[in-house]
Design a protein around this ligand. Structure first.
Ligand code: ZN
Length: 160
């Protein structure tokens, strides 16, 4: 396992569409493991593959310590409600913004063992998943935020 360099806003990589992962093999697992290390090292709660320059549809998320999700070829199949909260992004360091997200989602994804799973998430978990999923289509939260501001953010804000 190793830390990878996080791509920051302004790099065109972050605006590209990622391709499907054909198979969850050892190489994919290695990248997922590196992504988790890189995310934790940067105190994030989520990290998408393009953020480390790997242009495949997958992300890792840890909305709460120890609750790790490996999401390969994720597909949000339904959304419900609306929830507005502050979020940040490891690729947009030093900024925070208020973004409307669904309050509840159902998402299908292949896990680290290659099994197709279906999850239902609400609140902060749903927010993290939607944020990371957007990265796979070249979308940043700053595209959706009503306002984006610097440093003086709420104390409990976490970067995704
Ligand atoms: Zn992000």
């Amino acid at each position: 396992m190793a830390l990878r360099k996080i791509v920051v806003e302004g790099d065109p990589i972050l605006r590209k569409h990622c391709k499907e992962v054909k198979e969850v093999n050892d190489h994919i697992r290695e990248v997922l493991d590196d992504m988790l290390d890189t995310m934790r090292d940067a105190d994030g709660v989520g990290l998408a593959a393009p953020q480390v320059g790997f242009m495949r549809r997958m992300f890792v998320a840890e909305p709460e310590p120890g609750h790790v999700y490996y999401m390969v070829n994720p597909e949000i199949v339904s959304t419900e409600g609306e929830n507005e909260d502050v979020e940040g992004c490891l690729s947009v360091p030093g900024f925070f913004g208020t973004v409307k997200r669904p309050d509840k989602i159902v998402i299908r994804a292949t896990n680290r063992d290659g099994e197709r799973m279906e999850y239902t998430f609400t609140g902060f978990y749903a927010r993290v998943m939607c944020h990371e999923n957007d990265h796979l289509d070249g979308v940043l939260y700053t595209d959706k935020a009503e306002e984006v501001h610097t440093a003086a953010a709420p104390e409990d804000t976490e970067e995704e």
